[in-house]
Design a protein around this ligand. Structure first.
Ligand code: NAD
Length: 261
């Protein structure tokens, strides 16, 4: 049985979409879960209450902008004071920006990478210090099929998701001697707010219908299905509950086979 009983887990972007599903899975597996996200403290606290109701255990919610290094440092320091340990970190928060490569402004480029890449770096580095003191840590980074493939109009996202593979392997290597593992879970298309926002944008950019965009998202899977939040959460729980470093540094693609074509 996959259990994280007694472990303190932080899930970034745990207030919606895939992150919320991961928080539910960790809470159901016995973890003390802290979800962080945007845009306000009230929304994050409410999201945590919703997860608590669903799971029947306390879940804590806080606003945190992971792209703000000083905010991350202060927050992790505070969490260590309050909880004494941080055992599991799931770097899930992320955004998407759809834009043709030649029109990609540096402002958009930096705003995406500040969250999807630098935010994961700040969170991992600060939690790593605490995990090292406790000789235990499980870091799971949410990559994407776009950690391994490229698509049009997603330059910053594809670059950032590829970079997270390198970050994962580096943390795995440096964490090994301290019983800190690090893995990448790479989903295919999951129908969350992040993807729902892309549908009209892509339809406009490619001059096709929204139904055609939806079809294109599953046409290369082995069964015509979208990946679900629960399927991604199960893979995260697998790594978060690992008893040893045997799988550390590995990537697990959860995409209904999309990545094979
Ligand atoms: P979502 O939009 O539902 O959730 C994203 C979360 O990130 C939100 O809770 C938001 O508050 C949070 N967030 C955004 N910026 C933040 C910041 N600066 N600081 C803290 N939190 C911030 O999206 P999702 O689809 O659930 O995506 C979650 C992760 O899964 C992302 O890393 C995404 O790239 C990845 N992913 C999603 C899909 C998909 O098809 N949905 C596929 C592959 C990978």
């Amino acid at each position: 049985m996959m259990t994280v009983t007694g472990k303190v887990a932080i899930v970034t972007g745990g207030t919606s979409g895939i992150g919320k599903g991961i928080a539910v899975a960790l809470a159901n597996a016995g973890g003390k879960v802290i979800v962080v996200g945007l845009p306000t403290e009230e929304i994050c606290v409410q999201a945590a209450k919703d997860i608590s109701l669903e799971c029947g255990v306390e879940v804590i919610g806080h606003k945190l902008d992971i792209s703000n290094e000083q905010e991350v440092i202060a927050f992790i320091t505070q969490m260590e004071k309050e909880h004494g340990q941080i055992d599991i970190l799931v770097n899930n928060a992320g955004i998407q920006i759809i834009e043709k490569f030649e029109d990609f402004t540096s402002e958009k480029w930096h705003s995406l990478l500040n969250i999807n890449l630098h935010g994961s770096f700040y969170m991992s580095r600060e939690c790593f210090k605490i995990m090292k003191k406790n000789s235990f840590g499980r870091v799971v980074n949410i990559g994407s099929v776009h950690s391994f493939l490229a698509s049009t109009d997603k330059a910053a996202y594809v670059a950032g998701k590829h970079a997270v593979v390198g970050l994962t392997r580096t943390i795995a290597i440096e964490g090994g001697p301290h019983n800190i593992s690090c893995n990448l879970v790479a989903p295919g298309f999951v129908l969350t707010p992040l993807v729902e926002k892309q549908i009209p944008e892509r339809a406009k950019l490619e001059n096709i219908s929204e139904a055609e965009v939806l079809r294109s998202m599953t046409q290369n899977t082995i069964d015509g299905e979208f990946t679900t939040v629960e399927e991604v959460a199960e893979a995260v729980l697998f790594f978060a509950s690992a008893k040893s470093n045997a799988y550390s540094g590995q990537d697990l693609i959860v995409s209904h086979g999309w990545n094979m074509r």
